[in-house]
Write a protein that binds this ligand. Structure first.
Ligand code: TXA
Ligand code: MG
Length: 323
């Protein structure tokens, strides 16, 4: 039986307080939420997603005042980033308090926290009045959901409620940064650009933890293979190369900007005709899903410009292309 889907924030808040699983809209992607301070509830997230417990969860809070309930210390740089980017698509990794269950952080001494900007997520956090742990509401390793319907397709039978807040307005997960007294390290590129972060706090270390295919690294959960559709996805340097390598009639194209060659392919998903990275981010996961439902042998895509949201888009593309 599939779960209820609707816009009842009070019901969703009540279910969360009771230890149930509620998927909800955020501006980045839909999250699969559970009471972050209830280890049994959090364990249900791992079960529903079939997620390995070495991959820690992000804890969502309603406002900055609540940060100190979860973390021991907020270094100056973290404070500046929170002030600038919260609510919004930025996650800060900071030393945790004992109140945060070890399962949430996969046994690490740090916890990842963010304040989502989506009004539905905000109201839910306020009404529930608890911190909510939430990974993206998809099966582990698969394409992230940017609509309530995406969540229902994959997890509808495993969770208690889906709080529908429409389509996500950012479309890529939050940027994850670890902050200690001396340095800030980018663990996952995402909806807040590296450039905008560096404009606030100076140089950021870029972690290269994703070089290995299967083992967890210092940014756990950032496995090389991730965000993957069932249909093989190949990154090509240009569309002529794609046409030489594959039969275009059996190939779906994930396109960014206009191309004369686009109509040669079996099906094309235009991410942004104007080559706008923000628009491409909004459309990305839904476009990959639609291509994945077509009867095609492969999906091809050309890398995005490695700047702004292009960094996060390339990250998702690379992981989606690993088989
Ligand atoms: O936009 C988002 O961040 C979405 C929405 C729902 O908020 N959530 C999300 O969660 O993308 P998830 O679980 O799919 O990705 C969380 C990632 C982990 O895989 C890991 O790389 C990093 O955040 N992370 C979480 N806790 C961490 C910790 N304690 N230390 C280091 N990295 C951590
Ligand atoms: Mg995810």
């Amino acid at each position: 039986m599939t779960c209820q889907m609707g816009q009842d924030i009070s019901l969703a808040a009540e279910l969360l307080r009771e230890g149930k699983l509620v998927a909800f809209a955020t501006e980045t992607v839909y999250g699969l939420g559970a009471h972050a301070l209830d280890e049994t509830a959090a364990a249900r997230i791992f079960a529903a997603k079939e997620r390995p417990t070495f991959d820690p969860l992000i804890v969502h809070i309603a406002d900055r005042a609540r940060l100190h309930e979860l973390v021991l210390d907020v270094p100056e740089k973290a404070h500046k980033l929170a002030e600038e980017f919260w609510p919004g698509p930025l996650t800060l990794v900071l030393p945790k308090r004992d109140i945060v269950p070890g399962l949430i952080t996969s046994g690490l001494p740090n916890v990842a926290v963010r304040i989502p900007a989506h009004p539905v997520a905000q109201k839910l956090l306020q009404e529930a009045n608890i911190p909510i742990a939430a990974p993206s509401a998809n099966l582990f390793g698969q394409v992230s959901p940017t609509s309530a319907e995406h969540v229902r397709e994959q997890l509808g039978e495993r969770i208690d409620y889906i709080l529908d807040g429409g389509s996500c307005t950012v479309g890529l997960e939050s940027t994850v940064v670890a902050v200690d007294q001396e340095q800030v390290t980018l663990l996952r590129p995402g909806g807040t650009s590296l450039e905008s972060i560096e404009a606030i706090i100076g140089t950021v270390q870029v972690s290269n933890s994703s070089s290995d295919e299967t083992t967890p690294q210092n940014a756990p959960g950032m496995l090389a293979k991730h965000y993957a559709p069932g249909t093989p996805l190949t990154i090509v340097s240009n569309l002529s190369e794609a046409m030489a390598q594959f039969s275009p009639a059996e190939t779906g194209l994930l396109l960014f900007g206009e191309s004369d060659l686009a109509n040669q392919f079996a099906v094309t998903e235009q991410l942004s005709a104007e080559s706008d990275l923000t628009e491409a981010a909004v459309n990305f996961f839904a476009a990959v899903r639609r291509l994945d439902k077509q009867h095609i042998k492969q999906i091809v895509a050309v890398p995005f410009p490695e700047q702004g949201l292009g960094r996060a888009l390339n990250d998702r593309l690379r992981r989606a292309s690993i088989r």
